[in-house]
Every structure is written in C-alpha cells, then in structure tokens.
Design a protein around this ligand. Structure first.
Ligand code: ZN
Length: 298
C-alpha cells in the first residue's frame, strides 16, 4: 500500500473502505447506434449509455488516450480544453472512491495504470486486437498484460480474472466481438448465409487483424460490400452487443460490491456511408460516435 491511499488509511483508520476495483471494458468498433438498438438490460443496470465522441478514429490511439485516464468526450462548446482535461482527471476521485485526485497525480507518465499503482492498485490488462499486443507500449506500467487467446471472447477473458484480496484491482479489457466480422464465439462465416461473396474475407481474418490496411488495399473495387451486406453487418454488430450484455450480466454476479465499471467503444464503424467501410483512415462523424457508460456494480 503506498501513496495517497496509504496516507488516507493511516489518518482515517484501517476500517475505512478501500478504493473501488475498476473494470474498464472496450467493445471494439461498436457504433453508437448499434449499441442503442441493442437490448442491454444488464449493462443498463450499471449505467445508461450516452453518446460520446472518441479522441481517435482507430484502435491504437484511442486506447492510448484510455490508458492516459481519459474517456470519450462530450464535445463541449465554449470551454478551454485544459479545463475539460482537468475535470476529466478529477472524476477519477468518484470512480475510485478517493477524496481528491488531481491532474498532477498523473504526471509525468500520464498513465492511468502508473497512477493506480501509486495508489496501491494491482493492474492487469487483457486485449483482443493484436495491434494492442503486449510488445507495444500499451503494456507499460501493468503488473500483467496479455493478448487474449481469441479476438472475440470476452467470456474467456472474464473467466481468467481474479479480484485480489489484499489490494484493489484495475482490469483493462479490450474485446472484439463487435469488431469486424462481428461474430460471437462459436460462430463462423457459415453463420452468415446471406453474405454471399464475403466468405473469402473471413478466411483472411488473421491477416486482416494483423494488418488491416494492407488487407483492404488488396481487395478489388468490385469486391466492396453491397448495401444488403452492410445491413447484415449492422444487425450482426447489434447481436454481438446483446451477447456481450449477457456476458457482463454473468460477471456482475461474482464481482465484489465495490467494483466500478467504465464501458465504451474505442471508435465507431462505417457500414457504407459515403462509400466508407470500417474505421481508421476515415474522416467521417460516424467513426467518432461511440457509446459510453459508467457506474458501480448494481
Ligand atoms: Zn478499435
């Protein structure tokens, strides 16, 4: 136990409740309107999602801002960005259950896990997209940081999570059910019978995940998806959100009471709007629209 936490407990006595566990989950690529269209009774119990905006249009820079301690913004008008950031960092006080958290506690590393470790937290990361793998700078300051065995299995990640007895825990999780090709565990291209012409794409999924830019470059123009296929993708993404809601619902049953959740997407996804598919090198409002919710375990 160290830093502010140790000081507080010394002054207030050991019987003071310890800081909240933090579970931070990112539904990769989940569009705001897909989340909104999904039935999410379990997630709604944690907090009602609001429409926010991602700081970036693709996975890596978006997760970097998360790991700085920043969440998707509300695009406020008439304010200085520095004041928004200051309030954002101060919000960690309520999330953790600590009396005061100031921006200066995050410097010089500007790292959420480094800050939490200074408060006595155990920090563990589980990522599903290879672009966030443990060899990248994303893993800095974590006690443990793993690439999940599958790109689309939040259940498998949550099954591996153990809350610590001796110290509050921070779990940072990225899951890919809502990422292209929008499959829940056990599904395959065969489960998408109406997507004729797309099956070859699924065979190349591993290559796509490793290097999406090169993959899409290789696709011929005439292979671009049809409006029907885009509609099917949107429906699949909604179904994936509903699946994730059930997974989170089961996890809630075994979470300690003082567990605080932050759940969001890292960017949106384009399904044919103005000729765009996916996310990344796209300048379009829909790629920045995300869902965001937070709250204590109900
Ligand atoms: Zn992403």
């Amino acid at each position: 136990m160290s830093g502010i936490l140790a000081g507080i407990r010394k002054v207030l006595g050991k019987d003071q409740p310890r800081p909240n566990n933090i579970v931070f989950i990112v539904f990769d690529s989940c569009r705001w309107d897909a989340y909104q269209a999904a039935r999410t009774p379990n997630l709604d119990r944690i907090g009602l999602a609001e429409k926010r905006y991602s700081y970036a249009s693709w996975t890596s820079p978006s997760h970097y801002t998360f790991l700085m301690g920043m969440v998707p913004h509300l695009s406020p008008k008439g304010v200085f960005a520095s004041n928004v950031y200051r309030e954002e960092f101060a919000t960690w006080s309520q999330r953790l259950g600590l009396p005061a958290v100031e921006f200066k506690a995050f410097v010089p590393q500007l790292s959420l896990p480094a800050f939490l470790k200074s408060q006595g937290y155990y920090c563990e990361g589980w990522v599903s997209l290879p672009v966030l793998n443990p060899m990248t700078s994303m893993s800095a300051h974590f006690d443990r940081y793993e690439l999940a065995p599958s790109h689309n299995d939040l259940q498998a990640i949550l099954d591996r999570i153990e809350f610590r007895r001796e110290e509050p825990s921070f779990f940072f999780i990225n899951t890919g059910e809502t990422h292209y090709p929008y499959l829940i565990p056990g599904e395959s291209a065969a489960d998408l019978p109406h997507l004729s012409g797309v099956h070859g794409v699924f065979k190349s999924l591993d290559e796509f995940l490793k290097n999406p830019g090169a993959f899409l470059q290789d696709r011929k123009e005439e292979e671009f998806f049809t409006p029907d296929q885009f509609r099917a993708f949107f429906a699949k993404q909604i179904a994936c959100v509903e699946h994730l809601d059930k997974v989170v619902g089961r996890f809630l049953e075994r979470c300690p009471a003082n567990t605080y959740f932050l759940i969001m997407s890292d960017h949106g996804e384009l399904f044919g709007e103005e000729g765009y598919f996916g996310h990344g090198p796209i300048f379009h409002p829909l790629v920045f629209e995300v869902f965001y919710l937070e709250g204590l375990r109900p």
